[in-house]
Design a protein around this ligand. Structure first.
Ligand SMILES: [Fe+2]
Ligand SMILES: [Fe+2]
Length: 163
């Protein structure tokens, strides 16, 4: 890289660093409406994960793998219940009745585990935006439990890829 393009690179990096941070995700109560929408998506997502993982259990190669996936599946049911609680408290409305969201069948077990792992990591990115809008310590604890569960799930699916 010559001097000129090095210099260009440095300038564009400085420019990116100086770009204003968008407060939209971080600032309460501006982020509350987004959190309520994300909560609705989260409830539907937890339900379809519960169904998807139930299907993966039927493809699992051995008892140890079945047990791990069943544990994750049970966590998703717990998450669904916890999200309903937070949604009810924040909106003063009954959470929408869970609709049959369903899931697309993976090509095979390996494909399904890979998709599950990627889904877990995406959930962490969405769920933390909900956390950022919470004020009540109980709600914060609930989201902390859910988010750390999803991180555990990602690690466990990584293990399942090699089992
Ligand atoms: Fe979950
Ligand atoms: Fe999960």
């Amino acid at each position: 890289m010559n001097y000129r393009s090095q210099r260009q690179e440095l300038i564009s990096r400085q420019y990116r660093l100086q770009n204003a941070i968008d407060d939209k995700d971080y600032l309460f109560p501006d982020n509350l409406q987004q959190a309520l929408e994300l909560l609705q998506e989260a409830m539907a997502g937890e339900q379809s994960d519960e169904e998807f993982y139930g299907y993966l259990i039927t493809l699992a190669p051995n008892e140890e793998a079945r047990k791990i996936i069943a544990g994750i599946r049970d966590d998703e049911l717990k998450h669904h219940r916890l999200f309903r609680r937070v949604y009810r408290d924040l909106s003063n409305q009954a959470p929408p009745l869970a609709v049959e969201e369903g899931f697309i069948r993976p090509k095979n077990y390996y494909d399904g585990i890979k998709r599950a792992l990627l889904g877990e990591t995406e959930a962490v990115k969405e769920y933390r935006k909900i956390l950022f809008a919470l004020q009540n310590r109980v709600h914060i604890n609930i989201l902390t439990e859910i988010i750390t569960d999803e991180l555990r799930h990602g690690i466990l699916y990584g293990l399942l890829l090699n089992m």
